[in-house]
Each structure stands twice: as structure tokens, then as C-alpha cells.
Design a protein around this ligand. Structure first.
Ligand code: HAM
Length: 427
């Protein structure tokens, strides 16, 4: 007798979520709902590479950001090129727009994307190393009405999956005409504080980040720090006021958060974040903003753009926290139960006909008996079960059980596809 030794099994890499049934249908529902809203607002699909030239992110996202300096999955491919699994989508979209000359056509170029992004972060609830986003970018026109459109679109996405306990935080980060002077003012303020070595270094490289420090002592010291919103140029102030005015017209509630700091360096002017209260520390369910210099930074024309990235994983966690759902929970409408070999043969044909007529259908496989097979119908969330035994087959009929109304009728085999189509249409 041979004894087979069981091999060790595997788990997904640390910090990488799987979405398996039944949770996976919720995942799809959220992702598709978000992209559906984006397409309905005129954003066209763009399919981007999962990895790009490392320099694209270093230059686009910013060398001093945590994302680039600590979190990128970077490796040399077999041709010794340094490539990086995309940590975010905006830099890749911009690369593709420049490469394919989309910015030479009608503006704005409005694009939407979805898929996985990769950041080597310390995993915790809601913070993953493979994260899923739905994003949009509107490129080429610096019109505050576009800022309002993008923000209102994000708000519509979250509301449409049933979320209510989130808020929108908003600020303006100024632009090249006013940010340098503000930066100097802020540094002057920070350098006068008794900061530790590392924080002082941060104040030199990116002083705005110090305002986002969560330590109470630093918070206290920076309570009276100068804020960008008080140093906006007249043009950027007007831009921001137009955005907030339009959001008010659209009935999108927001709070001004002048200390907001985003983790990516390319932002200018409008900057926003959607925050959910039921998620603990990782409360950002989506965010974005305008980026004036990014396209020229990546070798393209000097055009502005604005966009967002919505976190699908965190949206799902927020929905769990609120107890709301976006999927119908039904896998198929019709479930076939065949008893005996001849009935099975007929059922295989019937289920195939239903699918060809766009009625979603599945059936019981293996020899499970009536009770076991009906459990399968329940698990599939089917509205109708078709039960076919020798007796029905001989009579050229099939029993149609309505699993919600607990009613049963007998229908001729030749009519059953039409019969079910009609009943499903009636709802
Ligand atoms: P981001 O704020 O870095 O922006 O990411 C957008 C969203 O992705 C976050 O609000 C969050 O919901 C989700 N997210 C980020 N990191 C993780 C993680 N480790 N685990 C789970 N979810 C995460 C961007 O990526 C910009 N590209 C957005 C943008 C588009 N700005 C302009 N256009």
C-alpha cells in the first residue's frame, strides 16, 4: 500500500485580498457601478499596462513621496530594464495620452480605468498591497466646472452603492504662482519649531507633509501654522470659489479641510478626499485633484488635468460597516434538477436553450437526489427550479417551481423557454 503525503498548501501573498463567491459578486457590482457612472458622464475606457518604466512613476508621482520611495514593487526584467508594478493610475494615463497624441484631438480627453494597483504598505484592515481602484481623468482643460463634475461623479458613485456615512473634504493647494511663496512661509514657521531630526528633514523636502503629522505634540506645535488657503493668488482663489459654488449648486455637501495632504506630489489647485467614518484608520475611500504640471513633467504639452481614484476594497468595507449591498445576490434565474439519466440528457439541452435565449441558468450535476439538488437551487438564489423526472419526461412536460412564491406549475417541454422568459420579464 502506498501512502500519499499531503503537500503543504498555499495562501495568498501577505496583504493581498481575494474576492471569492459570494463576496466577489459584490466586488463586481461596485466596480461596474462606478465605471458605469463614469461612462455615462462621457469618460471612455482606457486599458493600461500593469507595469511601466520605473522612471515614469519616479518622475510623475514624485521621488519624495512614500509611494515612490518606500512602496513600489520595482524589479529588473530579464532584459535588465527597471520596471514597476503600477502604484497608481494617473501617471500611466498621462503617458498613454502623450504617447498616442490624444491631447492633439478634442479637449478635454476624458478617460476611465479600473483594476489592481500595487503598494508595498504595512498591511492592516483596509490597507492592502494589491488594491483595486476605479479612476477617471479629464485632461487638457483647466475649467473649474470639470473639477465639480469629477467630484460630483465620485459622490454619485458612493451614493449609488448605498453609502451615506461618508464626507467630502476639499481644499486648494494653489499653483506655481502662489505655492512657492507659501512654501517658504511655512518652512520659516516650521524651522523655528523644536522638531526632531526626521521631521525637520521632512520640512525641508515637503513641508506640507508636516501638517499631516498625526502625533499630538507635532499637531500642537503646528496648530497655528500658515495655511495654503490663506495664501492663494486671486486666480486660484477664484478657481476654488467657482468649484465650491458649483458643488453647492449640485447639492454635493463638502467640508473645507485646509490641512489636507495627499500622498502624491502632482496635485495643484483643487484637491479632495472622501472619508468614511466606519473604517478606522484607513478612512479614505477615494480621492483626487487637479494636476497642472504633470503632463509637461512627463514630456508632453503644458496642459492641466483633474481626476480621482476610488478605492473599491475600502468601498466594500464601508458598505459592510453600513450593512448595505449593491448586488442582487442572485447567481442565476433558473436552476435545473434532473432525476435519472434520460432526464439529465434532456435537462442539459434545456439549460443550453435557456442560456441561448439570455436566461441565466445552471443545473445540478452528479447524482444528488431531489433534496440535495434543490439545495443547489437555493444556493444559486434561483427564482425558478425546473424539475424533470422520468414521469414528466414521458409526458413531454417539466415542473416549474417558483421558489419565492412557493407555487408549482407544469409546462410543456417545448414551451418552457418562452414561459420562463415571459415570467422573468414580468418580474
Ligand atoms: P490615492 O489617494 O493614492 O490616489 O488612492 C485613491 C484611493 O485608493 C484611496 O482613497 C483609497 O481608497 C485607495 N487606496 C490607496 N491605497 C490603498 C491601499 N493600500 N489599500 C486599499 N486601498 C487603497 C491615487 O491613486 C490617484 N491616482 C488618484 C487620482 C486620479 N488623482 C488624480 N487622478
Amino acid at each position: 500500500m502506498t501512502t500519499s503525503k499531503k503537500l503543504q498548501s498555499f495562501t495568498a501573498p501577505k496583504g493581498v485580498p481575494d474576492y471569492v463567491p459570494p463576496a466577489s459578486s459584490e466586488f463586481l457590482a461596485v466596480r461596474d457601478r462606478f465605471t458605469g457612472h463614469a461612462h455615462a458622464a462621457g469618460y471612455e475606457h482606457i486599458e493600461l499596462p500593469i507595469f511601466e518604466d520605473t522612471a515614469l512613476f519616479a518622475r510623475g508621482v514624485g521621488e519624495s513621496t512614500d509611494v515612490v520611495s518606500k512602496e513600489m514593487y520595482t524589479f529588473a526584467d530579464r532584459g535588465e530594464r527597471s520596471v514597476t508594478l503600477r502604484p497608481e493610475g494617473t501617471a500611466g494615463v498621462m503617458r498613454a495620452v502623450i504617447e498616442h497624441g490624444l491631447d492633439r484631438g478634442a479637449l478635454p480627453v476624458k478617460l476611465a480605468y479600473s483594476g489592481p494597483f500595487f503598494r508595498y504598505e504595512r498591511p492592516q484592515a483596509g490597507r492592502y498591497r494589491q488594491l483595486q481602484q476605479v479612476g477617471v481623468e479629464a485632461i487638457g482643460v483647466d475649467d473649474p466646472a470639470l473639477d465639480a463634475e469629477v467630484i460630483a461623479l465620485a459622490d454619485r458613485c458612493f451614493a449609488s452603492v448605498g453609502l451615506t456615512q461618508y464626507r467630502l473634504e476639499l481644499t486648494s493647494l494653489g499653483d506655481a504662482t502662489c505655492r512657492p511663496a507659501y512654501r517658504e512661509k511655512l518652512q520659516e514657521f516650521l524651522f523655528a519649531l523644536p522638531l526632531d531630526e526626521e521631521t525637520r528633514r521632512r520640512a525641508e523636502i515637503n513641508p506640507l507633509r508636516v501638517l499631516d503629522d498625526k502625533r499630538p505634540a507635532v499637531r500642537e506645535m503646528t496648530a497655528d501654522a500658515p495655511l495654503m488657503l490663506d495664501y492663494l493668488s486671486p486666480e486660484t482663489r477664484e478657481h476654488f470659489e467657482t468649484v465650491t459654488g458649483l458643488l453647492t449648486d449640485l447639492g454635493v455637501a463638502f467640508e473645507i479641510n485646509p490641512r489636507m495632504v495627499r500622498g502624491l506630489d502632482y496635485y495643484t489647485k483643487t484637491c479632495f478626499e472622501f472619508v468614511h467614518d466606519g473604517l478606522g484608520a484607513q478612512s479614505g475611500i477615494g480621492g483626487g485633484g487637479r494636476y497642472d504640471g504633470l503632463m509637461s513633467q512627463l514630456g508632453g504639452q503644458d496642459l492641466s488635468g483633474i481626476g480621482f481614484g476610488l478605492g473599491v476594497d475600502r468601498t466594500l468595507l464601508a458598505m459592510q460597516a453600513e450593512g448595505v449591498s449593491a448586488s442582487a445576490g442572485r447567481r442565476v434565474d433558473v436552476y435545473g434538477v434532473a432525476l435519472g439519466a434520460a432526464a439529465k440528457r434532456e435537462m442539459v439541452r434545456l439549460v443550453d436553450q435557456l442560456r441561448a435565449a439570455s436566461v441565466s441558468a445552471d443545473m445540478s450535476y452528479g447524482d444528488r437526489g431531489l433534496k440535495g439538488a434543490m439545495k443547489g437551487a437555493d444556493r444559486a438564489g434561483a427564482q425558478f427550479a425546473l424539475v424533470l423526472g422520468d414521469r414528466e419526461l414521458e409526458a413531454g412536460e417539466v415542473a416549474v417551481k417558483d421558489l419565492q412564491a412557493h407555487e408549482q406549475t407544469t409546462v410543456a417541454l417545448a414551451d418552457v423557454v418562452r414561459h420562463l422568459q415571459a415570467r422573468l420579464e414580468r418580474g
